[in-house]
Design a protein around this ligand. Structure first.
Ligand SMILES: Nc1ncnc2c1ncn2[C@@H]1O[C@H](COP(=O)(O)OP(=O)(O)OP(=O)(O)O)[C@@H](O)[C@H]1O
Length: 342
């Protein structure tokens, strides 16, 4: 079932903040992750979809049905929050069965369904346990089972992994994604963690100041950000302001970069974006875009070393990343230079 936000705007009473003309179409069975800096409107968007906030303009529709005027409990959404929001006085099984009880599903049937979901999330033997005795990661799996138990029209995941430590987060990220795909759940995931968004989502929506900057696949968001703001928010990069000097050249002041052939007119003001892994150390002498310089600070990250590279004769510092330590020269493959309009 699709979830459509069509030109949705909302402002908080007495303020200019909120959401401005946001359109996002979550296709049936798709997971769209919403990311953006603090205050960009992620929570506002979720509150509007869930019905916790009302009074937007534009249209929010689930399965073709406009949600305007529909109270929270009638929207048939499965929700998972950072805080788990489980009922501490209920057992694990009763937590999962809770939504079914509200829907007046018979006792045996709801216990059967809850047990089945607990098994799906790997907690089949925990049904009788008090929910408070479970670890954070286990509690979040209970919350997910509870959200799925009602066979929701869509899933809303609000920072579901933010309270967990890194090791569990990675594991649970994979598990949530597998379940979301197995159930074919149309899902909106709000997260401040860009790695989570890129690894879990079919598409990523980047918000800033209440506006949608880009909605695209994780690969496109990373390799072809639409604006400098997206590039700066997602991943690390070196950004070189410059001017197009030919169809395949950009003058960045201290050098002329060779780029892939583009369609921008000579003289266009652009910004060249280069990701750290595309700064190739120790290139052959005739490599395109070869720069001599001095390695600066180095950070050992296990599989790679990330380092600053100070280009000779320029104030510009490159950010590079490679499996081998920094050397005295670096090259940038023209195909990996992405130009942004300035
Ligand atoms: N109740 C409110 N009244 C007035 N302004 C609000 C209210 N709640 C949020 N805002 C403002 O609306 C904007 C969007 O806030 P929102 O909470 O949606 O951002 P967010 O992206 O979820 O941020 P965070 O990552 O910090 O949770 C911000 O400028 C915020 O200050």
């Amino acid at each position: 079932m699709s979830l459509i936000l069509d030109h949705v705007s909302y402002t908080y009473p007495g303020s200019a903040h909120g959401l401005h003309d946001v359109s996002i179409d979550v296709k049936s069975g798709e997971l769209v992750a919403v990311i953006g800096p603090s205050g960009s409107g992620k929570s506002t968007l979720l509150k509007l979809v869930s019905g916790l906030s009302t009074g937007h303009s534009g249209r929010i529709a689930l399965g073709g049905e406009d949600l305007a005027g529909k109270p929270v409990h009638q929207r048939e959404l499965g929700m998972v929050f950072q805080s788990y929001a489980l009922f501490p006085h209920l057992s694990v099984l009763d937590n999962v069965a809770y939504g079914l009880k509200l829907r007046k599903v018979a006792t045996n049937e709801r216990r059967r369904r809850a047990q089945e979901l607990l098994e799906t999330v790997g907690l089949g033997s925990y049904g009788a346990s008090p929910v408070t005795q479970l670890s954070g990661g286990q509690q979040q799996r209970v919350a997910l089972a509870r959200a799925l138990a009602i066979d929701p029209k869509a899933l809303l995941l609000d920072e579901p992994l933010a309270a967990l430590d890194a090791g569990i987060r990675g594991h649970l990220r994979d598990q949530i994604r597998q379940l979301q795909q197995r159930f074919g759940a149309t899902t909106l995931l709000v997260t401040h963690d860009q790695e989570e968004a890129l690894t879990m989502a079919d598409r990523v929506a980047v918000l800033k100041d209440g506006r949608l900057l880009q909605l695209a696949t994780p690969r496109d968001i990373y390799t072809r950000p639409a604006t400098r703001a997206v590039a700066e928010f997602v991943g690390l990069s070196t950004l070189l302001p410059g001017r197009v000097s030919a169809v395949d050249r950009v003058d960045v002041g201290f050098a002329e970069l060779k780029t892939a052939t583009g369609s921008r007119a000579a003289g266009s003001t652009v910004c060249a974006l280069i990701r750290p892994e595309h700064m190739r150390p120790d290139p052959e002498v005739d490599a395109a875009n070869r720069f001599l310089g001095t390695p600066g600070q180095q950070r050992y990250l296990g599989s790679v070393v990330r380092y600053d590279f100070l280009v000779a004769g320029a104030s510009q510092r490159f950010l590079a990343e490679s499996p081998v330590p920094a050397r005295e020269a670096i090259a940038i493959d023209p195909d990996h230079i992405h130009l942004l309009d300035e």
